[in-house]
Unconditional design. Structure first.
Length: 247
């Protein structure tokens, strides 16, 4: 499978930030891995325009589970696709925490994304308190079971394992811990969707930087990264793309 370098700009970026897209795509015209940036909804169409004809794919960070209707402020999966996106990040821990998103809601959003032909990047991961209580595998297993739609395939689903305590903190699990959890996710996903699970990209996310990318990408069952802070600058994200391309 081709590995995936996915960047999550979160609530960052104005039109001027598209200069980073130009720099990134000029520096990495044909990376060996897939390259994706997920800007705020306001920039999807502009970024998709800037990425046209390059190796860069563009994604969204959320959608409403319904196709249309009276939901002020929301966007549907079809709208995100219409703006030029190919992927949707769903169930990010910041949305689970800030907006009370449950596994059932994340699953409904993932179904909506898949229904219009978008790849759903479903995020799971434990909090620090859950980790300290020794509940990491339990929490991750429950989120996986509840958030992944039936019938998901390697072509429609990506899983991002992001320990909440590692996001934006500069801290990461140890390499053996990442390997253990990714192996666990692969096994649980196989229980859930069968042989398709072997081809589903499992991304690690949480303080991925150029300095730790090579070691993390060498681990079994790590098929890419979901990158927040280090995706905002073309030089940093480009270094991660290069590390993943060489892995
Ligand atoms: P970070 O964020 O790379 O800034 O830690 C990762 C994420 O939230 O996807």
């Amino acid at each position: 499978m081709r590995k995936l370098a996915a960047g999550n700009w979160k609530m960052n970026g104005l039109a001027a930030s598209l200069a980073e897209v130009k720099a990134l795509t000029e520096a990495h015209p044909a990376p060996a891995c897939e390259m994706l940036l997920c800007p705020p909804a306001t920039l999807i169409a502009q970024m998709a325009g800037a990425a046209k004809g390059t190796a860069l794919m563009v994604g969204g960070q959320d959608c409403h589970p319904k196709a249309s209707g009276a939901h002020t402020g929301d966007v549907s999966a079809a709208m995100v696709k219409d703006a030029g996106a190919s992927h949707l990040i769903l169930g990010h821990s910041e949305r689970r925490a800030d907006h009370g998103e449950t596994d059932a809601l994340v699953r409904a959003k993932a179904e909506a994304a898949m229904a219009v032909g978008l790849v759903a990047i479903v995020c799971i991961g434990e909090t620090e308190a859950e980790r300290d209580a020794g509940r990491t595998l339990n929490v991750v297993g429950t989120q996986l079971a509840g958030s992944v739609p039936d019938g998901a395939t390697a072509a429609t689903l990506v899983i991002a394992y992001e320990p909440v305590w590692a996001i934006g903190t500069g801290r990461t699990p140890t390499l053996p811990e990442i390997a253990e959890i990714h192996a666990f996710i692969r096994a649980r996903l196989t229980d859930r969707i069968g042989a398709e699970a072997a081809g589903v990209r499992l991304l690690y996310g949480g303080s991925v930087k150029p300095s730790n990318a090579v070691d993390i990408f060498a681990l079994a069952n790590v098929d890419g990264a979901l990158v927040g802070g280090a995706s905002l600058k073309a030089a940093d994200f480009g270094a991660i793309v290069a590390a993943l391309s060489a892995a």
